[in-house]
Structure formats: structure tokens, C-alpha cells
Design a protein around this ligand. Structure first.
Ligand SMILES: [Zn+2]
Length: 111
């Protein structure tokens, strides 16, 4: 039996392969498609892993440990949804507690 994490990784790989296939055939993924793919994987992670210990993660500042952190991203106007949709999420992180750029780390949610 595959573990929950292996199932989620497989789902992530499949959706990524589909996106690459689209690209290969000259179709571009729209920001809305990309955020839909991200949401699918995230929702599945919650669905499959549930409340299993260590399955859920939080993102924190690598310097001070605060979870008051964020990442640079773009938002694009989605005419049909009449709302801003998350576009690209960049690697650059920042910590509001340190009030500076930060190296963000993942850690399991405890309790
Ligand atoms: Zn910090």
C-alpha cells in the first residue's frame, strides 16, 4: 500500500505532467488553471491525510520561527469570476515579525 504522502506526490506529479503536456502542445496554462491545480493538490492533501499526525504543515520564518510570514506573488483579474486570482507565487519570502526578507521553512503542525 502506498503511503498518504506517496499518493499526494503521485497526484501532484500527474497534474504537473498534464500541465506540461498542454504546454508541449502549445497551450498555455492560465493563472486561474495554475491556482486550480494548486488547490486540487492542497484539497486532496487535506482529504487524504486528514488529521493524521504530522500530515499537516505550517510555513514559518527560518530565523525567528514566527508563522507571520508570506511570499511574493502576482494577482491577475479574472473577468468571469469578477475577482483577483492568484497568479505566480515566487520564492521570495518575508517575515512580518522580523520585518525583513526571510528563508521560509516547512514544519509539521503539532496539536
Ligand atoms: Zn522572522
Amino acid at each position: 500500500m502506498p503511503t498518504n504522502n506517496e499518493l499526494i506526490d503521485a497526484l501532484q506529479n500527474v497534474t504537473e505532467a498534464l500541465a506540461n503536456t498542454l504546454l508541449h502542445h502549445g497551450q498555455k496554462m492560465l493563472p486561474a488553471d495554475l491556482s486550480a491545480r494548486r488547490k486540487l493538490v492542497q484539497d486532496s492533501r487535506v482529504l487524504i491525510a486528514g488529521d493524521a499526525p504530522g500530515a499537516r504543515i505550517e510555513i514559518a520564518c527560518g530565523r525567528c520561527g514566527s508563522d507571520d510570514v508570506g511570499r511574493e506573488a502576482t494577482a491577475r483579474w479574472d473577468v468571469s469570476a469578477q475577482a483577483w486570482a492568484l497568479g505566480s507565487v515566487f520564492d521570495d519570502g518575508f517575515c512580518d515579525n522580523c520585518n525583513s526578507d526571510a528563508n521560509l521553512i516547512e514544519r509539521p503542525v503539532t496539536g
